[in-house]
Ligand binder design. Structure first.
Ligand code: SF4
Length: 410
């Protein structure tokens, strides 16, 4: 076995928000999609799209290069992570999935799909400030104000998941499924997906499958209570970017009372919903760096839901990164986090040892991220975007995040 091998190209199906196929979620966009021999991009929902993608020249090239011990450019995401000494997606995938011996040496293989990862288009009920029209069509109007009427055109038909062809073809391979990951847009809103999950359950295929979601948890549809217990287990990563009105400001038009009551619904009925893991996930961005300790304290109140957050670091759009803000503002935020780390070290919130260590490591990573770069040249773009949002949403940033006064009105 070469040390460039990854199990995913032999057993993993990935579809992005536009319906393109790729090796996995780290595969490059734009020119890196699976194409037919005539160069046409294969799209989810076309006849036999999954089968055509599975042995497309892209997938065969990736498998071949892994066998030859070379690093294919589609896997740059993993190589970059491994260069920093961290664990890549490749390493964790190899730990979780072995490629069966009979296909290990083959470049062209029949689809034996064990792990499905579907990124539904941009059907979402929120318009989060740091998000993009690629992920939420609710941002169209504001993006058109910022970048002109044509700027959202290419995101207007991201509805590949409405194709019955796609679901029928996917179902053909469902005997092998062990893991299905769903993200959006907002995956809990996709009716076609619930229909597919119901079919999987009704044919007794669901008990071997772990189902995971990235969700905004604005709604828990009735299907969740009905269908989730029929699967092996449910893993939820819940996006929430602040506590109370900061969350309402960033994740417009979410009501804090809604997400809070849904979190407690899951906390209280963890077993009933068949949840294995539920973790709350903030995207660290220019808006919320002064509130990270409050966030950790809030999350620590739960017992079934993980008591520590899973920090997601924003790298784009760049003008919403903390690096656009003055260094002194960020250093003040870092001071709050450092004080919090000291409190955690001396027993604050009575974290279990493993959680305590993991939280401290994550918070130190957040500090490094906050101070890693200086991008003052993007501050005007942050303010421009923010002003358009504030005007259009009838919100005022300083009523929600008064700390930003020192930078915002300069
Ligand atoms: S090596 Fe990394 S980028 Fe390549 S297929 Fe595996 S997980 Fe994806």
């Amino acid at each position: 076995m070469t040390n460039t091998l990854c199990s995913l190209p032999w057993l993993h199906l990935f579809v992005d928000g536009m319906g393109h196929f790729n090796n996995c979620c780290l595969g490059p966009s734009a020119d890196g999609f699976s194409r037919d021999s005539d160069g046409e991009t294969i799209l989810a929902g076309q006849p036999n799209a999954i089968r055509r993608h599975w042995n497309s020249s892209l997938m065969q090239e990736i498998r071949k290069s892994m066998h030859e011990g070379t690093k294919h450019k589609s896997c740059d995401g993993c190589w970059r992570i491994e260069d920093t000494g961290s664990e890549s997606y490749r390493i964790s995938a190899n730990r979780d999935f072995l490629v069966p011996k009979e296909i290990q040496n083959k470049i062209s293989v029949d689809p034996m799909i064990r792990w499905v990862d579907l990124r539904f288009g941009n059907l979402c009920n929120l318009a989060c400030r740091m998000c993009l029209p690629y992920s939420s069509k609710k941002l169209f109007t504001e993006y058109e104000l910022m970048y002109g009427p044509q700027s959202t055109e290419k995101y207007k038909n991201m509805t590949w998941y409405e194709s019955e062809h796609f679901w029928d073809e996917l179902f053909q391979y469902s005997d092998y499924f062990e893991r299905i990951h769903l993200a959006g847009g907002e995956p809990l809103l996709i009716k076609d997906c619930w229909k597919f999950l119901r079919k999987i359950a009704s044919e007794n295929k669901s008990k071997n499958i772990n189902l995971s979601y990235n969700t905004n948890l604005t709604r828990i549809p009735a299907e969740a209570k009905e269908l989730w217990p029929k699967f092996k287990g449910i893993i939820l990563l819940v996006s929430m970017d602040g506590i109370g009105k900061i969350n309402e400001f960033i994740r417009y038009p979410q009501k804090w009372s809604d997400i809070e009551s849904n979190l407690w619904e899951l906390e209280d009925k963890f077993k009933e919903y068949n949840i294995q893991v539920c973790q709350i996930q903030p995207t660290i961005q220019a808006y919320n760096i002064h509130h990270i300790p409050d966030y950790c304290d809030y999350v620590a109140k739960f017992k079934n839901i993980k008591r520590i957050p899973n920090f997601n670091l924003l790298f784009g759009p760049e003008h919403f990164s903390p690096s656009v803000l003055p260094r002194s503002y960020r250093e003040d935020a870092v001071g709050k986090i450092e004080n919090y780390i000291q409190k955690v070290e001396s027993g604050w919130n009575s974290y279990e040892e493993r959680d305590k260590n993991s939280l401290i490591i994550s918070l130190k990573g957040v500090i490094k991220y906050i101070l890693s770069e200086d991008r003052p040249e993007l501050l005007h773009e942050f303010i421009r975007h923010n002003d358009i949002y504030d005007t259009h949403r009838n919100q005022k940033i300083l009523e929600y995040i008064p700390e930003l006064e020192v930078v915002y009105r300069k």
